[in-house]
Ligand binder design. Structure first.
Ligand code: PLP
Length: 429
């Protein structure tokens, strides 16, 4: 890649010339009339096609019973069918009794859990969270915007904590959670986090599992949405948070979520909740107030389609073949066009769905506006922060899975040009 000289080392005349050149480059992009989109963290249709076997469905009217002989067309079975729980227990590193298989969305399960906590409290709660004077939650940033909007919906106060390369800053979390009983929990996306791609190390998981918390019912919402979504041969195993919590004497502290939204169909997969046996019983007890059973037919279809946990792993490698080149393209373009300028840094995730780009402080919103003028939609500035507030106006989340490879490359070129232009505008002043 062409490593360029840092902008900080350039003279005022050189910077003025750089600014002019980038303005002209941006004008050419605007004139080109592109229509591209790097906002959507969803599978491409080519990826969805990998699971078209699900559309054929089951073998027919003779294949409507699960292993226990239950007719999956009928009501019942709140915790999901045994064989699917077993299959995903293997993949998630827990026991089948610790897993419930539900509908198509893990985000809905997260909302259900928060509603249950709010109305009734959790296994270890003294009272419903809704009866507390104040409820606060630790939010590692950058993070997943929907986690934040969900908390905001409850009026739960969000306390940002920094992410490190190995997950949330555990010392800061322990300091806050250890001293303040209004801090009731935290989000963690342990594997290939949205958006920074980091993986929680065993040490950080252990620290979070074992720390003393002022609230007896401190709850880690462990959203393992990308547990199996590797992009390289270095397939990171998720830390065994439930085992670590149990070993530390806090068996109910963590509640895990996962789904096949980015394994089979984003709109028609299966979601999972995992926790201690008490947590699963607590969850299904509350679930039962408004449900008689999940879509077991879809669950059985998923079992037949995959066959085994290894079937899922093999399937994920086919996803990787489709999307890894798109991540490579982003990296290649950013390296070539921004490398050495000292105005941006970006993650090189080993999995997941996102690349997190940090541009020069104070320019993210400007970069996004410039990209929009050039026909490239980027996630709004601040999206990865509570209330959309990125205090440094620096972070931009790139989602390369949905567009075609050519479009990913073209869109990233626009991002690079806009990043250079915004930086030059700021430096020239
Ligand atoms: N959790 C994270 C971290 C995500 O990035 C996403 C989707 O982007 C979800 C959950 C949504 O999960 P589901 O489709 O199972 O509701």
């Amino acid at each position: 890649s062409v490593q360029q000289r840092p902008l900080a080392d350039r003279s005022p005349d050189e910077l003025a010339a750089f600014l002019e050149a980038e303005r002209a480059a941006h004008e050419r992009l605007v004139a080109a009339g592109l229509r591209l989109d790097l906002t959507r963290g969803k599978p491409s249709s080519e990826q969805l096609d990998l699971s078209n076997g699900l559309l054929a469905g089951l073998a027919g009217p003779d294949d409507v019973r699960d292993r226990d002989g239950v007719d999956v067309r009928n009501y019942g079975g709140l915790e999901g069918i045994a064989e699917l729980r077993e299959l995903f227990a293997d993949l998630l590193g827990v026991t089948p009794a610790q897993v419930a298989a539900g509908g198509n969305s893990s985000l809905v399960m997260m909302r259900e859990v928060l509603v249950d906590l709010w109305l009734h409290g959790g296994v270890d709660s003294e009272r419903p969270w809704g009866r507390e004077e104040r409820v606060r939650f630790l939010c590692p940033v950058p993070g997943y915007d929907r986690h934040f909007t969900l908390l905001d919906w409850f009026d739960i106060e969000m306390v940002p904590v920094p992410m490190t390369a190995d997950g949330p800053d555990a010392a800061e979390v322990a300091r806050l959670a250890g001293s303040d009983p209004t801090i009731k929990g935290m989000w963690v996306v342990p594997t290939y986090a949205n958006p920074d791609g980091s993986v929680v190390s065993h040490e950080i998981a252990e620290a979070l599992a074992s720390m003393e918390t002022a609230a007896p019912d401190f709850t880690i919402l462990w959203d393992n949405a990308y547990a199996l979504h590797h992009l390289t041969d270095d397939e990171h195993a998720s830390a065994d948070v439930l085992g670590l919590c149990a070993a530390a004497g806090h068996p109910n502290r963590a509640i895990m979520f996962a789904s096949t939204s980015k394994i089979t169909f984003a709109g028609a997969g299966v979601a999972f909740l995992a926790g201690s046996a008490d947590t699963v019983a607590w969850y299904t007890r509350h679930l039962g107030k408004g449900a008689i059973g999940p879509d077991k037919l879809n669950q059985l279809r998923h079992v037949r389609f995959f066959g085994s946990a290894d079937g899922v792993r093999a399937h994920m490698r086919r996803h990787r073949e489709i999307i890894a080149p798109k991540f490579d393209a982003v990296r290649r373009v950013l390296d070539a066009e921004l490398g050495g300028l000292g105005i941006a840094s970006w993650t090189e995730p080993a999995g997941g769905y996102f690349i997190s780009l940090d541009v020069m402080a104070g320019t993210a919103a400007r970069v996004i506006a410039l990209a929009k003028e050039a026909g490239v939609a980027l996630t709004p500035a601040g999206s990865s922060f509570p209330h959309g507030d990125d205090p440094d106006d620096r972070n931009i989340r790139l989602a390369p899975t949905f567009p075609s490879l050519d479009d990913v490359e073209a869109a990233t070129r626009v991002v690079a040009t806009c990043t250079r232009l915004a930086a030059a505008e700021q430096l020239v002043g």
